[in-house]
Design a protein around this ligand. Sequence first.
Ligand SMILES: Cc1cc2nc3c(=O)[nH]c(=O)nc-3n(C[C@H](O)[C@H](O)[C@H](O)COP(=O)(O)O)c2cc1C
Length: 378
Amino acid sequence: MKAKRRAITTGDRPAASKRQVVIRRPRPATPSIAPRPRAEARPATADPLADMRPAVVAGDVDLTVDLGRGLVLPNPILVASGTFGYGVEYGEVVDVDRLGGICCKGTTLKARIGNPTPRVTETPGGMLNSIGLQNPGVDAVVAKYAATWAGWRVPVIVNVAGESVGDYVEVARRLEGVPGVAGIELNISCPNVGRGGLQFAIDAGAAGEVTAAVRRVTDLPLLVKLSPNVADVRPIARAIADAGADALTAINTLSGIAVAPGRGRPLLGNIYGGLSGPAVKPVALRIVYEATQAVRIPVVAIGGVTELADVLDFLAVGAVAVQVGTAIFADPTLPVRLVDELAEHCAAGGHTSFRPLVGTALPRKAGAPSAKGAEYRP
Ligand SMILES: Cc1cc2nc3c(=O)[nH]c(=O)nc-3n(C[C@H](O)[C@H](O)[C@H](O)COP(=O)(O)O)c2cc1C
């Protein structure tokens, strides 16, 4: 099944666009990325070649990312599922069209009311949530938001959850061909009712099976989200790639609990919650480091991004893009600022693209001892 490409040049607004959106280098226009001084005006640096290179201005840095099957992001900074609603909620605060992509709230076949309260609590360096995939169901999501998404330049990727392979397949079918839906991200950190409630994401067979089943019914770019709650992510990443996913995203939240004041019971209504925020970043880095070496498809990193240094760290371990999640609750303008800061960083280093920053911390030789990853030797 071949996907059609559709090129939209800077400044274009797609009319009711098809899902595979190709976006060519948007030129950010905020003052924070105003042109840098030209080469001759630059102070002398330690780099002997610096004065021989033409100066790169931030607006000319190519930030596009090809995730496959025609999904080309305008830049590598996306917003993570569950932390940016359906995008429309932030229209007043953020120019959503400056984002690299929006992963919308988890969407299921039927409406879900979510878990009992309390559903969130703060933790050192992060938060625990047990929202329980509250959402109005796929048909309502399409009816309510897809027309708005179709008018945006930013690709909207619908995050899909389910309790059975059949659920995922049916949601994917209903998203197929809907203008405004640029791709699907499978949240496979959900209990598989058919297998005694075992999460799809913790078993290579189940993860591969659900990916293959969705792949068969959709031409949409297919991203699959890895769980960190596994002993070794590599066989799972490989099974998903072999089943036809176009890209991996990593990581979902880490399973945890909190204790209520008085210590008579767990705090969250659902007992278990998902840990996110800066506290999970080292785990996310490790999983991305392992996944990027295990598969050939692109990996999009998620977990604790709060500043440009985090983005650069994830690129260094091989991610081609990052999603910002929990940090949005504190500052919804952060993702767009990171786009500008990344462009500035590349320009300052003389790079016309961010690609030279990808994979710099990976072992040079496949199979080098440092690629063993999951081993822990204090
Ligand atoms: C309140 C909340 C709701 C979330 N809902 C979803 C969801 O519906 N689907 C999903 O795949 N991930 C969901 N996530 C996980 C995030 O997308 C992300 O993978 C995780 O929070 C790690 O990134 P962060 O540390 O930047 O937040 C949710 C996270 C939070 C904090």
